[in-house]
Design a protein around this ligand. Structure first.
Ligand code: NAD
Length: 260
């Protein structure tokens, strides 16, 4: 593994526009389950519950499920703290080596770890937003009203529209701004650091394909417990193991290289 980490560190140090693409696997060491690993969220909850159609059929039912998942600790994002992998990635950005983090995660942990240029590709589950006027508020405010039994708990304070977690549900489009920035970053990127994503969810999984197919192609560095679905097509340096451990070692090696 040392030689792979060293190769990845050399690529990052030599890159002009390195970008990170992260998924649920970077947050499992913070206690948030991913979706597809054994024991992941989809083994406990029907993914259909996170579809726009089903949400619209009965928003109250969804919000009850949301409170249950939070109370059971199965998907309690607010109580989680960033881990060593989030911290190392934030440090690489502070050092000027990683220009931005495109995340599929909805847990706000990159921002809390200190990453500044974060593209929320699938939104943010710590906010609720009105489906009519788009006004947003902290999801904990909605949760507090639900818990207190307010009959209008999941109604917009401004226009009485329906409030939904501000995360992209199945059947919803990727936010246009996130899509555009990701496109621009993919075109500029010369090194893509992929961390904790199975690359099975599109269009996010298109990003490594895009950076590999453009000319000149970017180098793709992948950190995952299990190889992603696209590793044979896109990955130049595959590092299998814990994101917290590997990102710490990658950061240390980068710092050693820069000292020379
Ligand atoms: P996924 O569940 O499909 O894949 C997770 C990947 O991370 C797998 O390849 C797995 O091997 C790897 N992994 C798990 N733990 C790891 C660890 N400790 N170290 C290194 N690798 C690890 O996740 P995905 O590709 O992100 O797709 C799921 C979708 O669900 C995303 O779009 C995301 O929006 C959403 N999601 C988000 C969160 C969150 O915000 N934390 C949690 C679950 C799901």
């Amino acid at each position: 593994m040392e030689d792979k980490i060293r190769k990845a560190a050399e690529i990052l140090v030599g890159a002009q526009n390195a970008v990170a693409l992260t998924g649920a696997g970077i947050s499992t060491e913070s206690g948030i389950p991913d979706f597809r690993s054994p024991g992941g969220l989809w083994t406990k909850v029907d993914p259909g519950e996170f579809s726009l159609d089903r949400f619209l059929q009965n928003p109250t039912r969804f919000w009850r499920l949301h409170l249950d998942l939070k109370a059971s600790g199965e998907f309690d994002l607010a109580s989680a703290a960033p881990n060593a992998a989030h911290a190392a990635l934030a440090r690489l950005e502070q050092m000027g080596l990683v220009k931005c983090v495109i995340t599929q995660n909805v847990d706000n942990l990159h921002q809390r770890a200190g990453s500044v240029e974060v593209v929320e590709f699938h939104g943010n589950m710590l906010r609720a937003a009105c489906l009519r006027c788009r006004a947003a508020e902290p999801i904990e405010d909605v949760e507090a009203r639900l818990t207190a039994g307010d009959p209008d708990a999941a109604r917009c304070r401004k226009c009485q529209g329906v409030l939904k977690p501000d995360a992209v549900f199945f059947g919803e489009a990727i936010p246009a701004k996130a899509m555009n920035i990701s496109h621009v970053q993919s075109q500029k990127c010369d090194a893509l650091l992929v961390i904790g994503t199975s690359l099975q969810v599109y269009p996010a999984a298109q990003i490594p394909m895009t950076v590999k197919l453009k000319y000149p192609p970017a180098q793709v560095l992948e950190i995952n417990r299990e190889p992603s679905a696209l590793h044979e097509q896109v990955t130049d340096v595959l590092m299998l193991g814990s994101a917290g451990d590997l990102m710490t070692r990658l950061l240390n090696t980068v710092e050693e290289l820069l000292k020379r």
